[in-house]
Design a protein around this ligand. Structure first.
Ligand code: PLP
Length: 398
């Protein structure tokens, strides 16, 4: 496997994305690694001079090559691919905590992560204090001598907030805790979290890393020691990735830098275009000067990402009509694929909140989240323009 420093060391991100983890070039060798479906591998004992290979251990050739690619892109010592984003998050938190320990986490988290911290980990004696990530003093104030993990996510879903990592990192360091960050929306193309002091970089690889809406996977990147601990949990709880999914993920990651470049460009152009569309009262994208974190996002990120949100005049009814009238973009949850998807948080991630609670979070009815795909910009504009028109028409007709 191509993990040696001469391939990775000084080479750029796009080169690493293509080459790391691929078979060594030699006559007759496949250019693309095959899928190895075997669950087990010949091994007669330690005298064989290799580790025992077994696919639940995460050391099947496909699992290892995709892990090498993740580590190469994040710039970390090691990495691990798992069965889902939630497997990556839960195994990392289980590895880092024991009964009596404490976590400080951002209030702006993926729904299942929030549920894990608020309802599941307390059953194991691990408690969490949620803080407003926009208040730099809140992190330090929430830590206790028992704090083992500080957890952030950025950009956040669905309001795309981009908070400075500094205060969370400093609080983690002062508490002797690890800083964990769900970087699903940013990807290593837009932000190398390790350079900002993140110890455990988490991904739902289902989204941009895979990039084609055809697999469920997760990833964690960090030091060899951290990955050793997470691997131990994965072996016990059984959350390893299937070799087929690992191969698909590795295939998707080869084009990650190329895809992100286009996601970044098209989403920004669409955000700018939406600001002039009648019937759209608000456009939320970190690349717009109107976004509350525009300055911070510009400083920290290499690209603003492929996500954007709009608020339609006419509330939930208008948003329903907008989604129903799209011809090219599809209404579906999830994000990060080649195809443009739209979803309404009031029907999905924030369904359990009242309209007033959602409004307080910056998610009024009429809010539509858009995962901008790789289609032609002009085709997307045309589709969104006719859908906004149809939504306004539906309201007028009553
Ligand atoms: C989707 C998502 C997850 C969960 O990932 P799965 O692959 O569905 O388990 C976690 N965090 C964020 C930010 C996500 O978007």
């Amino acid at each position: 496997m191509n993990t040696d420093p001469s391939v990775n060391g000084n080479r750029g991100l796009a080169t690493r994305a293509v080459h790391t983890g691929q078979p060594r070039a030699r006559p007759g060798a496949p250019v693309v690694a095959p899928i190895v479906r075997s669950s087990t591998f010949h091994w007669s004992g330690p005298g064989d001079g290799i580790d025992l290979l077994y696919s639940r251990y995460g050391n099947n050739p496909n699992q290892r090559s995709v892990a090498a690619k993740i580590a190469a892109l994040e710039g970390t010592e090691d990495a691990l691919a798992l069965a889902s984003g939630m497997a990556a998050i839960s195994m990392t938190l289980l590895a880092a905590t024991r009964t009596g320990d404490h976590i400080v986490a951002s209030r702006h988290l993926y729904g299942a992560t929030h549920a894990l911290l608020a309802h599941e980990l307390p059953r194991r004696g691990v408690t969490t204090t949620f803080v407003d990530p926009g208040d730099p003093a809140a992190w330090r104030a929430a830590t206790t001598p028992a704090t083992r993990v500080v957890l952030i996510e950025l950009p956040t879903n669905p309001t795309l907030r981009v908070f400075d990592i500094g205060p969370a990192r400093d609080a983690a360091r002062a508490a002797n805790a690890i800083l964990a960050a769900d970087m699903t929306f940013a990807t290593p193309v837009n932000l190398r979290a390790a350079e900002h002091g993140v110890d455990a970089i988490l991904h739902s690889a289902t989204k941009y890393l895979g990039g084609h809406s055809d697999l469920i996977a997760g990833a964690v990147a960090g030091s060899a020691e951290l990955i050793h601990g997470v691997t131990k949990m994965m072996k016990l709880y059984g959350g390893s990735i299937d070799p087929q999914a690992a191969w698909l993920l590795e295939r998707g990651m080869r084009t990650l830098p190329a895809r992100m470049e286009r996601h970044n460009r098209t989403a920004l152009a669409l955000a700018q275009w939406f600001t002039g569309v009648e019937g759209v009262t608000q456009v939320i994208h970190p690349g717009l000067p109107s976004h509350p974190d525009h300055e911070c996002a510009t400083r920290m990120l290499d690209g603003y990402g492929g996500m954007l949100s709009i608020v339609l005049d006419g509330g939930g009814e208008a948003a329903d009509a907008f989604c129903a009238n799209l011809a090219l973009a599809a209404a579906a949850p999830s994000l990060g694929g080649v195809e443009t998807l739209v979803s309404q948080p009031r029907h999905t991630s924030h369904v359990d909140l009242s309209p007033a609670e959602r409004e307080a979070l910056g998610i009024p009815d009429g809010f539509v989240r858009i995962s901008v795909g790789l289609e032609d910009l002009e085709d997307l504009k045309a589709d969104f323009a006719q859908a906004v028109g149809a939504a306004s028409g539906a309201l007028v007709r009553g």
